[in-house]
Ligand binder design. Structure first.
Ligand SMILES: [Zn+2]
Length: 105
């Protein structure tokens, strides 16, 4: 399983609503728990650092473009015109990067 580490301080400074949700959720505690559960099953947790451009990369053509604003929910690639939900686009990129790190892609 592959997840991104997040710059929580930057997110908290940019959006008070997200700051409340993140602190309530306890992201670091969740990651620790997830790692433990996966290792218990002989699986591995891959953490991508916060600089990996998951939301800026087109999951169709691989081009990297500028940052989307928080309110922009759809990703539209200026290179290939591919349109996809921003979170699904990022999830595809994160999964793909995890497979590359594992040598499976
Ligand atoms: Zn594209």
């Amino acid at each position: 399983m592959t997840v991104e580490t997040l710059d929580l301080i930057k997110i908290a400074q940019s959006n008070k609503h997200f700051a409340k949700q993140i602190s309530r959720f306890g992201w670091q505690r969740f990651i620790t728990f997830l790692k433990y559960k996966l290792e218990d099953q002989g699986k591995r947790l891959i953490l991508l650092n916060q600089w990996y451009p998951s939301s800026k990369t087109c999951s169709s053509c691989g081009e990297v473009h500028g940052e989307l604003k928080m309110h922009e929910r759809m990703y539209q690639c200026p290179s290939c015109d591919y349109v996809i939900d921003r979170d699904i686009n990022a999830a595809i990129n994160i999964k793909r990067q995890g497979l590359i790190i594992l040598g499976l892609a």
